[in-house]
Design a protein around this ligand. Structure first.
Ligand SMILES: [Zn+2]
Length: 144
């Protein structure tokens, strides 16, 4: 389960509308709770560095991720997930999304953007013991 404040939820959906017809991407910062819930406190927008195929691929530059992670740590926040958009595609993960996901226990939030309007937003948790065993499991997305 991913708990996300209204404002952060609205912001990540809006980000997908702004970058349409290209994918947007960003980071979810917050806390891992003892019961397995992840609570988002804020999001950090990132630039999509995929120049080969930005309409159906995304990539967060480590140069962008490291300062986000550092700033989060200073505020007592962890990276609890990532988000990106699917322009004119359903809010379901792709094989590429799974292949490129490496943060076990984190949430991967996907928003479908249809003709420039944010439509469905789903969240998937990356589970498994290792790279060979990993899979996405759909999880609830709740506004606290
Ligand atoms: Zn994707």
């Amino acid at each position: 389960m991913l708990k996300i404040p209204d404002s952060a939820y609205a912001s990540l959906r809006q980000h997908g509308e702004e970058t349409y017809p290209y994918e947007c991407c960003g980071v979810l910062l917050g806390h891992f709770e003892d019961d397995g819930t992840k609570t988002v406190t804020r999001i950090a927008r990132c630039g999509n560095t995929r120049e080969d195929s930005p309409h159906n691929r995304y990539n967060i530059d480590p140069k962008e991720l490291i300062p986000i992670q550092r700033e989060g740590r200073e505020r007592g926040e962890d990276i609890v997930g990532f988000y990106h958009s699917h322009p004119d595609h359903p809010a379901r993960w792709s094989e590429t999304d799974l292949a490129e996901a490496h943060w076990f226990g984190c949430s991967y939030v996907i928003t479908s953007v249809e003709k420039g309007k944010a439509a469905v937003t789903n969240s998937f948790e990356l589970t498994g013991r290792d790279e060979a065993d990993k899979k996405f499991v759909e999880e609830g997305l709740n506004m606290p």
